[in-house]
Design a protein around this ligand. Structure first.
Ligand SMILES: [Zn+2]
Length: 113
């Protein structure tokens, strides 16, 4: 495997997964609390804003969690660090910067342009 320190990346991904799961659970718990007290101090506009913010945060956390879980899956299957498109090895420096990257830099850039 091309990755210099796969175990370090793997444990980083595992702690990220735990962190994101807690974050999502907290957002959900906050949301449930807000719904439980319909008539509190915040006016409707503030409340709608807070809900939209929570939703955006939750969606971000969920998206990240999926990426992290995908990366852990690839560890399981021994395909971690291999580009999904061209199947070359992803630059280890790139993986250290972005441990859940699924594409090599070249494919990523091609996708973005
Ligand atoms: Zn590639």
């Amino acid at each position: 495997m091309a990755v210099r320190r796969p175990e370090v990346l793997r444990s980083f991904l595992e702690s990220e997964r735990a962190r994101l799961q807690v974050e999502i659970a907290q957002i959900d718990a906050d949301g449930a609390t807000n719904l439980g007290y319909g008539n509190h101090m915040a006016d409707d506009a503030t409340e709608a804003f807070e809900q939209a913010k929570d939703l955006a945060l939750r969606q971000n956390a969920e998206r990240l969690l999926l990426q992290v879980e995908g990366a852990l899956d690839r560890f399981e299957h021994g395909s971690y660090g291999t580009c999904e498109r061209c199947e070359t090895e992803i630059d280890p420096a790139r993986l250290e910067a972005l441990p859940y990257a699924t594409l090599c830099l070249r494919c990523q850039q091609r996708l973005n342009t």
